[in-house]
Design a protein around this ligand. Structure first.
Ligand SMILES: [Zn+2]
Length: 224
């Protein structure tokens, strides 16, 4: 089974994708992790990717797709959950073509839908301890004493990027970039919107339900 997960910044996509991977026994492949792993393995492909990474350049789509296909070929029966690729319609088309050539297909795209208001609340409420890097939230994970780290009494800070202005602009960019991609998958009947509002566990259960429907196999029924 091959799945893609999409979601705006601040939607908790990384956390959910990791849990889905662990809970359902499918490999969670984030594009960054994939490239680092390929590079560390010392393959010719990894060497090519490393050249771009070291130059601070984006790794070209053809290399990224080769890296993903190598994993798809290795995955045999276990599933794959792609996170961070594709980001554009051109990448999606290349991936489709490559999967078809490898006699594999995409089973579905999980689109984590979270309201703007809750993303803004999640991010602007975040507070960090500059000493031990503990993360708090003014509403969801309050420290015992307002504005002070539980571990070491350090004064908590807000990251400069965790402001409403910055997050709204990031969300606008994400929407602009992702809309053609979601339309592309929607036309193919592959897009499954999953409500990402609410507790982490609730959202996880919703994702599991959709994923099981898509897999249609018993091998995934033994999750958590
Ligand atoms: Zn601390």
């Amino acid at each position: 089974m091959i799945l893609i997960i999409l979601g705006p910044p601040g939607a908790g996509k990384g956390t959910q994708a990791q849990r889905l991977g662990e809970g359902l026994g499918i490999q969670h492949l984030s594009s960054g992790d994939l490239l680092r792993a390929e590079r560390a393995s010392g393959t010719p492909l990894g060497g090519q990717a490393a050249g771009f990474m070291d130059a601070g350049e984006l790794v070209p789509d053809e290399i990224m797709i080769e890296v993903i296909l190598a994993r798809v070929r290795d995955s045999a029966d276990s599933g794959i959950l792609l996170d961070g690729f594709p980001r554009t319609v051109a990448q999606a088309e290349s991936l489709d073509g490559a999967l078809e050539a490898a006699a594999r297909r995409l089973n579905g795209v999980l689109d984590l839908a979270v309201s703007r208001a809750s993303i803004i609340e999640r991010i602007t409420g975040r507070r960090i301890c500059p000493k031990c890097n503990s993360v708090y939230h003014t509403r969801f994970r309050k420290p015992r004493q307002d504005g002070v780290c539980d571990q070491d009494g350090e004064k908590l800070l807000q990251r400069p990027d965790d402001t409403e202005t910055v997050i709204v602009s990031r969300l606008d960019n994400y929407d602009k970039q992702t809309k053609p991609l979601t339309e592309y998958y929607s036309r193919r009947g592959l897009l499954h919107s999953v409500n990402g509002d609410g507790e982490v566990n609730q959202v996880y259960e919703r994702l599991v339900t959709v994923t099981r429907k898509l897999s249609g196999t018993r091998e995934l029924s033994g999750g958590e």
